[in-house]
Each structure stands twice: as C-alpha cells, then as structure tokens.
Design a protein around this ligand. Structure first.
Ligand code: ATP
Ligand code: ZN
Ligand code: MG
Ligand code: MG
Length: 465
C-alpha cells in the first residue's frame, strides 16, 4: 500500500462504532480506522495536523505498549499510525456516506487531518488456505464487563447481585437506545461453564444489539440492523457446518446449525493455544466470587454444577483479568480522581511526570502494574489506581474477533491451531480489537452514569413488585 497513491475506489465501507469509522481494502487484507467527531462540533478542525497525529499515535502506543502486554501478544494487533492524502480522505468520506447506518450519522468522519490507523483486516484469516469455496467466517463479540464489583466502596447492594450490563439494559430501553431487551449476560459468557456460555451466545444471536456481528468473507451478514433474521443466517451458515447433506432438513437442521456455530465459538473462546500440547487440564481462573447475575434467568442446577474455570490463557480470561484491574469500582475511584485533580491544581507541571495523558509507554505500564495495593495517601497511589481503572474500562469495551475457515481433510495443521473436538475442522484465529485509551476526563461522567443506571434499575424493578 503506497500512501501517496491512494485511490478511494480500492476501499469500501466496513463498519463503525461510536468513535471511529472503518474502511477495508478490496484486495489487500487491510483496514483503515478513521476517527469521527460530533457533526455540530467543528472544533476538531482547529486542531493542527500535529495534534491529530499525536492523538492517533497515542492510540497506537496504548494498544502496543499497554494493552498488548496485558492481553497477550497473540491477541492484539496494534497497527500503525498513517498520514493519508487529504484528497483521498475527502473522496472516501463522500463514498462511504450512503453506506452508513442512520443511527451513526450524528458524527462525521475526520476529513481534516488525514490521520488514521492502518490495521490487518481481522475478518480474514491470516494464514493460507483461503479459497473461493471456503470463505472465512468471522464472529465479533463485544462481551462487556464479566464480573460483579467486589470493592468495599460499593454503596448499593444491588451492584453486588446484578451485573452492570443487565442493569444498563433497562436504562437503554427507557432511553430509546434499543427497542428490545437483550437477554445476554456477560457473567454467563465469562463463567467458563459451557452450558452457561451456550445460553449467553444464544442470547447474543437472538438480540445482537451492538454486542454481536457475523462477517462472511469480510462482509457483514448479521448484526442488529437485520432485525435478527436468524433463518437467513442459518442458510448462510449451513455450508460451513453441514457441507454436503440433503438428509437432515427443516427445523431440526436449523437447530443443528446454530448448535454447531455456538460450539465453535465456545471452543475458540476457551482455547489456550499452548494447552493442546500437554493435554493436561491446567489451572484457570475460578469463578468463585464472580458467581452469577440475578438478572440472568438461568436454571439453578446449571449454576450449581460443573467446571467453573476459565482456562488461564484463553482470550476471555485475559480480558477478564484486565477488567478486574478495576478493583475499587467507580465509587472508589472518583475520590481518588478528585485527589489527583486537587494535586494537579497545585502542581500543574506534575501532569506530565504522572503521565495523566500519556505517553503510553513502558513506564505507564509499570505504573499500572506496580500500583501499591493499600492507600498510603500518596499521589502515586491515586494516579496508579486511576490508570488501572482506565485500562479496565478499555477492556470492558473491547471486541473479540473469532475468524474461522474450514480446512480440508488433507490439510495438516499444527495441533494447537484446531478447535478441539469440533467435527468439521476449522482453522481459526482469535484477536482483540477496539482498545482505545479512555480519557481521564471521563471519570466524573462515569460516576454520574453509574448512579443513574443503578437508581433507574432500582426504581424499575421496585415498580414491578
Ligand atoms: P465502539 O463504539 O465499540 O467503541 P469504535 O468506534 O471504537 O467502537 P471499533 O470497534 O474499533 O470502533 O471499529 C468499529 C467496527 O469496525 C468494529 O466493531 C469491527 O466490526 C470493525 N473493525 C475494526 N477494526 C477492524 C479490523 N482490524 N479488522 C476488521 N474489522 C475491524
Ligand atoms: Zn447480568
Ligand atoms: Mg467497538
Ligand atoms: Mg471503541
């Protein structure tokens, strides 16, 4: 890819979130991730190209130097900051506009700075073996927070019983963000219990909202937009799981296809790539204390029985460990944020030594890792905890990409590249994306949002009894 010879016709709309818009290249397995800004807020136009590039470089550095070491090299592709010709970016913005979902058009793509992140296209399988007949299948899951807060600073008992995602659902429905309630509960997905995970993924399929997407050969084929047309999805999936059968049909076959899909997803989420070698069951992250969420409607037996361990190096375990750096909860963090603010008011020059806005380098990671466990009243403790909280927020907001391609009988794969026990063998890769640093300035907002969500939940549940 030559940056000085960019042609918008080589790129197409791929997707977007709240903060960025992504385009993919039609031949190379690459994407460009461009930032977005509120349409009415033209301020960003006044930021210099230097500032914009610095901002993008900060995102890349945070991915590379902070999140990658914490989550594991094999899962995180940090990408690189690029400076694109402005002409190209403007044409691109016009080209993609008609493809964008209306609900996202309150923000516009940055066409002023030309700065972007270039990343591998994770909806494609990176290894060989892609042929016309076996396009890749990619499942994207935004799992959200997988544990109940254990901090002693938590003031409302309900926060220890009902998870944030489930409470937030009530709030989002009331505010018109979604029309239907998702029955997905992150605590079930992160439980490591296959039955609970099965149900969690089934609920994601039934009501994907922005937590679940499927791409086929790099194209989005299933998301919230399609109003959950499961039947169409099943038709598209059938060739992957039952390549040559005319035997089973109808209802039973549909169930079987979804069943296979969920098994494969579960397998990928639980696999640790080096566990296949020894075959030994390894120590994992036990779910005691993470327990379950009272809003999740699971059968009691299911909660009682079974293997409640996440394998140590599986992608869910890595994400959960990073999320649990939020050990104080926002209720414990907010006072520390205020301590930092007060300190900075007195010593503004300390801002850079304390790395409040980066740089996100090895030093920052050290501050995250070596934060004292007890509050000694120091500024170092407060800053360390705030840094940890921000890393945890990033891990609560990331997405997992599971990319699969069926492999032929004659293909010989490394044993740890296969999903164990699934009949049709797939070669697959698992990655984590969307690992932007969450702004320090957002903490007061998080504090307010937390009490809004909890209070709304308490009111709406009380009114039902
Ligand atoms: P959010 O609102 O979840 O914070 P965001 O604005 O930060 O989202 P991303 O999640 O990074 O943006 O990207 C938006 C979407 O683009 C993703 O959900 C994913 O479907 C797609 N995407 C992002 N990066 C890649 C990649 N490297 N390869 C393939 N698809 C990608
Ligand atoms: Zn829940
Ligand atoms: Mg995202
Ligand atoms: Mg994001």
């Amino acid at each position: 890819m030559e940056l000085d010879k960019m042609d918008e016709n080589d790129w197409k709309y791929h997707g977007e979130g709240n903060k960025s818009l992504v385009v993919s290249h039609s031949q190379h397995s690459r994407v460009l991730r461009l930032l977005k800004y509120p349409a009415e807020n033209a301020e960003y136009a006044h930021q210099t190209t230097e500032q914009a590039f610095r901002h993008i470089q900060n995102i890349v550095d945070f991915n590379k130097n902070v999140m990658r070491p914490l989550l594991g090299e094999k899962y995180v592709h940090h990408g690189e900051a690029v400076k694109l010709p402005l002409d190209f970016v403007r044409q691109l913005s016009l080209k993609v506009q008609q493809e964008r979902p209306e609900s996202r058009c309150d923000k516009v793509m940055d066409t002023f700075s030309g700065c972007a992140v270039c990343l591998p296209n994770l909806t494609h399988i990176s290894s060989c073996h892609i042929t016309e007949h076996r396009p890749s299948l990619c499942i994207e899951i935004k799992p959200k927070c997988g544990f109940l807060p254990f901090s002693r600073h938590v003031s409302k008992e309900v926060k220890r019983k009902v998870c944030r995602f489930c409470m937030h659902q009530h709030f989002k429905l009331a505010n018109g963000k979604w029309k239907r309630m998702s029955r997905y509960c992150p605590l079930d997905l992160f439980s490591g219990n296959k039955q609970r995970m099965y149900i969690a993924i089934k609920h994601l399929l039934e009501e994907p909202q922005n937590n679940f997407r499927i791409f086929k050969n790099g194209q989005l084929i299933y998301s919230c937009k399609d109003d959950g047309d499961l039947n169409e999805l099943i038709q598209q999936l059938k060739p992957y799981f039952f390549p040559s059968n005319g035997l089973i049909n109808g209802h039973q076959s549909s169930k079987a296809v979804l069943n296979e899909l969920i098994q494969v997803i579960t397998g990928a989420l639980l696999s640790s790539w080096d566990s296949g070698r020894t075959g030994e069951p390894r120590k994992g992250l036990p779910s005691e204390g993470r327990a379950h969420c009272e809003a999740s409607l699971l059968h009691r037996d299911m909660l009682r029985n079974g293997n409640h361990c996440l394998p140590k190096d599986c992608v869910l375990s890595k994400i959960l460990q990073a999320q649990m750096l939020d050990s104080l909860d926002i209720e414990g963090i907010y006072p520390l944020y205020k301590r930092v603010e007060q300190y900075l008011e007195e010593f503004p020059k300390e801002r850079s030594r304390l790395q409040i806005d980066g740089p996100y380098n090895e030093n920052f990671l050290e501050k995250v890792k070596n934060c004292p466990t007890e509050d000694d009243g120091s500024i170092e403790y407060a800053v360390g905890k705030v840094h940890q909280y921000r890393v945890a927020m990033t891990a609560k907001d990331c997405s997992v990409m599971i990319t699969l391609a069926p492999c032929r009988e004659e293909d010989r794969l490394e044993p740890d590249m296969e999903i164990p026990l699934s009949k049709p063998r797939f070669t697959y890769s698992v990655s984590i994306l969307d690992l932007d640093p969450k702004p320090y300035e957002n903490i007061p907002h998080q504090s307010k949002l937390d009490s809004k969500i909890v209070n709304y939940y308490l009111r709406s549940v009380q009114s039902k009894h």
